[in-house]
Design a protein around this ligand. Structure first.
Ligand SMILES: C[S@@+](CC[C@H](N)C(=O)[O-])C[C@H]1O[C@@H](n2cnc3c(N)ncnc32)[C@H](O)[C@@H]1O
Length: 251
């Protein structure tokens, strides 16, 4: 499986710094540790060590989905993997299911959802054309073909029916509660990501007990550890807050 021109590759240094390139698009990669001649990578196998002119080593591999999402072009804030991965644990989302999502932003959550549900579909609502176009580009270049992005305001309604999940990452999720109820199958899930607790409270207030069950809000805090010669302990710096995740299930 030798590297060919046109292939997307990932270069990682010993500290985990990553660069994503498409082989053949440019001749050199300028890094913090010197320049790599990209022509040297053509014909090499995954695991090849590319060395900069200053002697820094980069391992060359094919990027996976999470590498791609990390390195793709982004405009608005994307949901972090620690948060979006909670969707699977709390909804049982799997292949063949159909999802409605809003807003699409740069398409980070869309890509994750597309790869989980394939051959099911992800229909995304977005009000900004520039974001919709960037997300389409990111998704097309990754190679997903089960995404449909509509330039449409989800506060006005949802066209789809019998969907398994409605996933929201927008400012006023409470405006989508009634539309989600009409779009979901019984037992289908609503997921909403919100940075502030006021948004969570407004969403909860909109979820009638007669229509929804298993309503809960969680936060995902990840603490990473580092092993050093002097001792192993939690890293000093960590991500303090990203957002709250609310789940509800249609009765
Ligand atoms: C934080 S971004 C979403 C990021 C995305 N989840 C990701 O991981 O890449 C919020 C998006 O919601 C869109 N949006 C806001 N209100 C909307 C509405 N009423 N209908 C559809 N999209 C909306 C914004 O334009 C923006 O792109």
């Amino acid at each position: 499986m030798a590297f060919k021109e046109g292939e997307r590759l990932l270069l990682i240094d010993e500290k985990g710094k990553k660069f994503m390139i498409t082989l053949g698009e440019r001749s050199q990669l300028h890094t913090h540790g010197g320049v790599i001649e990209l022509a040297d990578i053509v014909g090499k196998e995954p695991g090849y060590k590319a060395i900069t002119h200053k002697g820094l080593e980069f391992v060359v591999i094919y990027p996976n989905l999470m590498d791609y999402i990390e390195k793709m072009r982004k405009l608005p804030q994307t949901i972090q993997a620690k948060d979006s991965s909670q969707i699977i644990a709390n909804t049982g989302l799997c292949h063949g299911m159909n999802v409605v999502e809003a807003g699409v932003g740069s398409g980070a959550l869309t890509l994750l959802l597309c790869s989980i549900v394939e051959p099911g579909t992800v229909t995304s609502y977005e009000i900004r054309e520039d974001f919709a176009n960037l997300a389409r580009k990111n998704i097309r270049e990754y190679g997903c073909t089960n995404s449909v992005i509509k330039l449409q305001d989800i506060y006005e309604g949802i066209d789809e029916k019998d969907v398994d999940l409605v996933a929201l990452d927008l400012p006023e999720p409470e405006k989508v509660t009634e539309h989600a109820l009409g779009a979901l199958r019984p037992g289908g899930h609503l997921f909403s990501f919100s940075p502030t607790i006021e948004q969570v409270i407004r969403l909860h207030d909109s979820l009638r007990y007669s229509d929804w069950m298993e309503v809960k809000t969680i936060e995902c805090i990840v603490r990473e550890y580092e092993k050093k010669r002097m001792g192993t302990r939690p890293k000093t710096l960590m991500v303090g807050h990203t957002g709250y995740m609310t789940f509800a299930r249609k009765r």
